[in-house]
Design a protein around this ligand. Structure first.
Ligand SMILES: Nc1ncnc2c1ncn2[C@@H]1O[C@H](COP(=O)(O)OP(=O)(O)OP(=O)(O)O)[C@@H](O)[C@H]1O
Ligand SMILES: [Mg+2]
Length: 463
């Protein structure tokens, strides 16, 4: 196996040259030698060695000069691996060599055992590199967190965003969880009024009784505890972008007031007698189907139609897998920047493996996956193995859906459908530990329907 590797030793100290050559040949490598930088360069061009052991101080041309020549004339991917041989005290030169792309440096005299392990390690990375498909170009520009994607579905989104400059139209952004709705909201802001404030509030996170004061603000004395005037977000956002995340969770009563803001462009802070103007743009986000909620009486129809004038649907990741590679490289860079990891490449196998995953958590799941793999990677390469936790998790925690299908056994005694329904709903509830959202999803029914069934059948969580 080893004799497929070609090693070139360049050193003007002939005793060293011979002893290393003899040793490495006995290890099974094919070895060439040269005794100065100039003949070394010629040998590299002629023999295409996989690895070069390169002395620094040599007549005619030094090791560093040779390295500079290689950098100038060779493509990065055609460069042999360079291991510098330095004399004691040559640290400056060694650092320079590393900056010029040398893989490693060894201080002479090098114990033969050390020489062997270094060469072996270096060539191993080469084996990996053969399978490496994608390199992260080291670049000095700071990482920028922007929307990535060239799929036509994404291009459509950029086109829509491009038409928004100069108007303040309300936008509805829909899409599954983790698809990038917030990113789209930010992109809208940056492409329209970047110098104005950007404010995001999550309607599900603000307690129902506080949403009005949060958005509209209040005047001193409006209620107990209102000891001073307080500016609401509608005012604070000025001419900027106000993001209402999880708009479906906006309290029903308050929806009328929001509708008024959108229609009239003004509002009353709590307790105020004078109106204030709203100058910003509202961008509403939702991962729910608002139309369905309207049909069920959970969301006001008039507000829905007001919001639904310009809608941006962000596709799930599985529908724009064309963008997977770009996203992977972006998230490796992001991890390097945010988590101080130093991943330089990912193998093609690993990318193919990631492509076969279904990504129910969409881009957020991909980002977390890359981050996790980057943090635990021992090397600078992400391989298929770096993602073994994806399989492990699948095995450990099969989704409730798979579990159920596998375990479903037909009852021995035939029974009425209603009883089957009751038992089955109870079974799924137990499997999900009474997570009603998940249960409804698995059963393919809505939350209210599930609630109704639970009541009808008198189902209760065992405690
Ligand atoms: N097209 C994209 N390019 C680069 N990063 C993206 C893209 N889409 C999403 N992300 C990243 O994925 C993560 C999730 O995105 P975001 O928060 O916008 O999703 P979301 O649709 O708002 O999800 P949720 O409904 O769960 O709130 C973020 O860290 C974001 O930076
Ligand atoms: Mg979000």
């Amino acid at each position: 196996m080893k004799n497929k590797w070609k090693i070139l030793i360049v050193d003007d100290d002939l005793s060293i040259l011979r002893s290393y050559q003899k040793y490495l040949e006995s290890e099974g490598y094919t070895v060439f030698t040269a005794d100065d930088g100039r003949t070394g360069y010629i040998a590299i061009e002629k023999e295409h060695p996989d690895l070069v052991l390169l002395d620094i101080n040599m007549p005619v041309k030094t090791g560093l000069e040779l390295l500079e020549d290689l950098n100038r004339t060779f493509n990065k991917k055609d460069m042999p691996l360079i291991v510098m041989l330095t004399a004691f005290g040559d640290l400056d030169a060694a650092v320079k060599a590393m900056n010029l792309g040398a893989y490693e440096f060894l201080t002479k005299p090098v114990p033969l055992e050390k020489l062997r392990s270094t060469v072996e390690c270096a060539l191993e990375t080469l084996t990996l590199k053969e399978r490496v498909a994608y390199f992260i170009e080291p670049d000095s520009t700071p990482f920028k967190d922007t929307i990535i994607g060239r799929d036509p579905l994404m291009i459509d989104i950029y086109k829509t965003i491009g038409t928004l400059k100069g108007n303040k139209a309300t936008i509805l952004v829909t899409g599954e969880s983790g698809t990038g709705k917030e990113m789209v909201a930010k992109a809208i802001h940056e492409n329209t009024v970047p110098e104005e404030p950007f404010i995001a509030i999550n309607c599900a996170a603000v307690p129902e009784n506080l949403i009005e004061s949060e958005l509209m603000g209040y005047v001193k004395g409006a209620f107990t505890g209102a000891t001073a005037n307080r500016e609401g977000k509608l005012e604070a956002v000025k001419g900027g972008t106000l993001v209402l995340d999880e708009i479906s969770e906006m309290p029903y009563e308050f929806q009328t007031k929001l509708l008024r803001v959108i229609q009239e462009k003004d509002f009353y802070p709590i307790g105020a007698t004078e109106k204030k103007r709203f100058n910003g743009r509202i961008v509403a986000l939702t991962n729910k189907n608002l139309k369905e909620l309207v049909e069920k009486g959970k969301f006001r129809e008039d507000l829905f139609y007001r919001l639904n004038v310009i809608t941006i649907s962000v596709p799930p990741l599985r529908e724009h897998l064309n963008d997977l590679e770009m996203l992977i490289l972006h998230f490796i860079k992001k991890a390097n920047f945010m988590m101080n990891t130093s991943i330089q490449s990912i193998t093609k196998e690993a990318v193919d493996y990631l492509r076969s995953h279904t990504w129910p958590g969409n881009i957020r799941e991909l980002e977390n996956t890359i981050q996790r793999a980057s943090i635990k990677a021992k090397d600078k390469v992400l391989t298929r193995d770096s993602f073994s936790f994806l399989v492990a998790e699948k095995k450990e925690a099969p989704s409730a859906k798979q579990n159920i299908v596998e375990e479903l056994v037909m009852p021995e005694k035939l029974m009425p459908l209603r009883d089957v329904e009751r038992n089955y709903i109870e079974y799924v509830l137990k499997q999900t530990n009474w997570h009603k959202g998940k249960t409804a999803e698995l059963l393919g029914i809505t939350r209210p329907t599930l609630d109704k069934r639970i009541e009808e059948f008198g189902l209760r969580k065992d405690v």
